[in-house]
Design a protein around this ligand. Structure first.
Ligand code: ADP
Ligand code: ZN
Length: 606
């Protein structure tokens, strides 16, 4: 069997993703390999395919006990004998698995890193015809990565016990420091290195001006009511609050944060993975464990602290390769809030680092150029230059505003208000003064007598809020943390004095009638197919529930989509679909082909 045939037979895929083939070949050639692929790049396949094509056992070291079961379920769904050993198993189950390992019944064994130093396990490993060690999430070995796990350093002790056994380390973290740590701490021997592009072409990046955030989020999610999404927030409170509000609006949602009990967290994650809730409102505590391939959107409701985190979090969308959205809700107020906290960091080096990271994040939010190029450039890649065609700025070039005049008006207004009253006021009040509105506050404080009263009547309230947001982003205006009042900074005074030119993009807003974008229309010609998709999705859920596995283990959304376009009505045609391997063909083929046939006839009789 060729590699391509094996790929189709075992996994149902017709094509390798970038570098998968090269990595599989290098691993099978026998040496150590380091593979850096973005999230969704298909790392698992890089060790699973060799495990099937060669005799012996592949040991997979993976940091998350909670995920092992899903990974093994997914392999079993393709008829691949795999198992895991971890502390969640009772002694009888462990004993059964050990006996089966002694019989050579499995091709892959998943364990957590702690186990690699346990005497009993090591004795077993010596008997099990070990062929390869795969280290998943290998960045956990490095303190420079985002999830350092000291236990990962223990893995190296396997090297002296099994000197002839090659190691394959995989990660989605691409920084040079982390890569060096991986090679050093895993004692890799002249490894071959594969680094894929970190571009995720199916992800669409967009930044929206955050105005009425809750409302914006509701319209965003309502427009995608049948789709899974993650909403990242800064605080536990917001996670709770938004989950409640979304659920009340009919979009099933749960919170996920470090303040929940472990069993609650696990429960919410389970509901999400099994498509029983639509949206997870999460802090960044919701991370590495998410293998769900059909997350259709990631919303950043609050400003992420750095670009690296933003990229990792958005990366959880669209692992199945289907079009997915990454929306950042941005407000200058959020930037001001983070600056406030950064100022309180005592260690000057840490403070400067946090400032630098924030500045980079703000540059991403403000860029008028292709956001994808901006991100890739940040990661030192120049592959995509100019126009990606799939970010807000490429799809709809931003309207550039010469902001010099408006910025001056806003700065002087904020300055005058404070000078006149001896205290500052919030953004809404400043805008009222600019617009020349005689509100109670304006009258009471005498702000209608200021020279800046009504100097901004030519612009809408929304436009002024955007100007203030821009001034906060650039550090010309700050917002006090406690009362959210605005004041002009040294930087802002300098800008006024120097007659500095301001230019920025007109902000974008989440449309009130946010339409699900034409993704479906591009892939699928008719509404008819949407109904079929729902039908197949129900069938998938039923089959998955019967077997106690997440729906994606049966088939991915990508497979369901292809079924809708191709509508195969014979098993032979069904096998041509991506994601249909021979075991799944046998297990599920008839049920799906029947569903497609009966849908056709039902539809014809309408
Ligand atoms: P990673 O660990 O790199 O984030 P996974 O190994 O979880 O990625 O794979 C992500 C998704 O892509 C999974 O649903 C997997 O089944 C699918 N996949 C992997 N390789 C291919 C391929 N060659 N063709 C189509 N889908 C693939
Ligand atoms: Zn672009």
């Amino acid at each position: 069997m060729t590699l391509d045939e094996a790929l189709k037979h075992h996994f149902g895929y017709t094509m390798f993703r970038p570098l998968q083939r090269e990595i599989v070949e290098a691993a099978m050639a026998g040496g150590d390999v380091v593979a850096l692929l973005p999230t969704g790049g298909g790392k698992s396949l890089c060790y699973q395919l060799p495990a099937l094509l060669e005799p012996g056992l592949t040991l997979v070291i993976s940091p998350l006990i909670a995920l092992m079961k899903d990974q093994v379920d997914a392999l079993e769904a393709n008829g691949i004998p795999a198992t895991f050993l971890n502390s969640s198993l009772d002694p009888a189950a462990t004993a059964r698995r050990l006996a089966a390992l002694d019989r050579g019944a499995y091709r892959l064994l998943y364990v957590a890193p702690e186990r690699t130093v346990m005497a009993g396990f090591l004795a077993g490993l010596a008997r099990w015809n070990l062929r390869r060690i795969a280290v998943d999430e290998a960045h956990c070995v490095s303190e420079w990565g985002h999830d350092f796990r000291p236990e990962y350093r223990q893995i190296a002790s396997l090297r002296s016990r099994h000197p002839g056994i090659p190691m394959l380390a995989l990660t989605a973290t691409a920084t040079a420091r982390v890569r060096d740590d991986i090679e050093r701490f895993l004692e890799m021997r002249k490894p071959r290195r594969f680094v894929a592009s970190f571009n995720r072409p199916n992800l669409r990046y967009a930044v929206f001006e955050k105005t009425d955030a809750v409302k914006q989020l509701l319209s965003w999610c309502t427009a995608r009511a049948n789709e899974s999404g993650i909403v990242y927030v800064q605080s536990r409170n917001s996670a709770e609050e938004l989950a409640t509000k979304l659920s009340a609006a009919g979009i099933s949602s749960r919170p996920y944060h470090a303040g929940l009990l472990p069993q609650q967290r696990a429960r919410h994650q389970e509901l999400f993975i099994r498509d029983e809730i639509r949206v997870m409102c999460a802090t960044i505590a919701f991370g590495m464990g998410i293998d769900k391939p059909n997350v259709r959107y990631v919303v950043h409701y609050d400003l992420p602290k750095n670009v690296e985190g933003y990229y990792q979090e958005t990366g959880r969308a669209g692992r199945d390769g289907l079009a997915s959205d990454c929306a950042l809700f941005f407000s200058g107020g959020d930037a001001a809030k983070q600056r406030h906290f950064i100022r309180q960091i005592e260690n000057p080096q840490e403070r400067e680092k946090a400032e630098r990271l924030l500045r980079q994040m703000l540059d991403f939010a403000a860029t008028m150029h292709c956001r994808r190029s901006h991100l890739l450039h940040y990661f030192g890649e120049d592959g995509v230059t100019g126009q990606c065609g799939n970010c807000d700025n490429c799809l709809q070039p931003p309207e550039r505003v010469d902001g010099t005049q408006v910025a001056r008006k806003a700065l002087s207004c904020i300055y005058r208000v404070r000078e006149h009253s001896g205290f500052s006021s919030g953004a809404h009040h400043i805008v009222d003064v600019l617009l020349g509105k005689r509100t109670d506050k304006v009258i009471a404080w005498g702000h209608d007598r200021l020279s800046t009263f009504g100097i901004g009547a030519e612009q809408s309230k929304g436009a002024w809020m955007a100007v203030l947001s821009e001034l906060m982003r650039t550090g010309c205006v700050e917002q006090s943390y406690e009362h959210r009042t605005l004041f002009v900074t040294e930087e802002g005074l300098r800008a006024l004095k120097e007659h500095r030119a301001f230019a920025f993009a007109m902000p974008r807003f989440v449309a009130k009638t946010e339409k699900r974008r034409s993704r479906r229309l591009r892939v699928l010609p008719t509404v008819h197919d949407d109904a079929l998709f729902e039908r197949l999705r129900e069938l998938r859920k039923r089959l998955a529930d019967d077997q106690g596995v997440p729906p994606y283990v049966v088939f991915s959304d990508a497979t369901l989509r292809e079924l809708c376009t191709q509508q195969p009505v014979t098993l032979q045609a069904f096998r041509q679909i991506g994601g249909v391997g021979d075991v799944k063909l046998e297990r599920y083929g008839t049920a799906f082909v029947e569903a497609i046939r009966s849908f056709d006839t039902a539809d014809a009789s309408d």
